[in-house]
Design a protein around this ligand. Sequence first.
Ligand SMILES: [Zn+2]
Length: 339
Amino acid sequence: MNERYSRQILFPGIGKAGQEKLSDARVLIVGCGALGASHAEMLSRAGVGHLKIVDRDFVEFTNLQRQTLYRESDAAERLPKAIAAKMRIAEINSEVEVDAAVADVNRSNVEQLIVAADLVLDGTDNFQIRYLLNDACVKLGKTWIYGAAVSSYGTTMTIIPGETPCLRCIFEEMPDAGSAPTCDTAGVIMPIIASISAVQVSETIKLLVGARADLHRSLVQFDLWQNDWRKIKLSKPNPDCQTCGAHIYDFLDAESPEFSAVLCGRNAVQIAPPRPTTIDLESFGEKLGHLSDVKTNEYLVRFTSGENEITVFRDGRAIVKGTDDVSVARSLYARFVGA
Ligand SMILES: [Zn+2]
């Protein structure tokens, strides 16, 4: 076994046999922003042999404060994150095989993306994809590790279908569009990213080497600014859960509503929320106060991000101008409106 892993092999929880399991393992990282980049770096240094990284975004200068894999040159060239991550990992550990996919994860491709993975790691920034991942992972019996961080707080849980509660056992309904803070409205500090990612990656390594008795089996939450650390012990799945109890996969089911995106006119995309919602435009406009050109009236909030002008209406719809790429529009919606 390669000398580079000697300190990890020395660690009794992993050992030589564990290291061999890591090198054979296949992990899918969905989203390679702050959390995903941290997962990818730690797993490649640890010698996890096969990583698949899926992300729909490009590197921007505002990412560099917390997205550890990326450099100024990646932002200057507007490289897709999945591609920049693959290039950087090749420099960190050339033994790791990285499959980079520049793609929007949706119900048409999610099962195909996860089917070959031993484990799925959440590096996304929105609930729409997380509920979809939960459906797909429960359906295919794949373990996935939920993680989220914004501002100075974060949360994570490890979901083993049939054994632990799933995301919907704990959070039955997706938060309404515009109701939850995002990194683009509330900000974020890097230490919370590193902390949540550290818990997710530790759980990943435990699962891959077979140390299941050491899983935390909790909903872990902490706030690094308020010094508040919580661990809510989880027991069995909820037998009344729509997803893992009744096996009804609302988010995978084509009949169910999801955030629809349609091209409207030239160079504009409209995003609509999956169920009726009402956005408090005044407070939404205030949340965007750090942007220089926010216009709020009783019907809409309009602001710009880079080359895109985004108009959000009271019913949760948004029109993103400056693109005809649905995944770019969905990404901006997730970042600023949140869902
Ligand atoms: Zn469930």
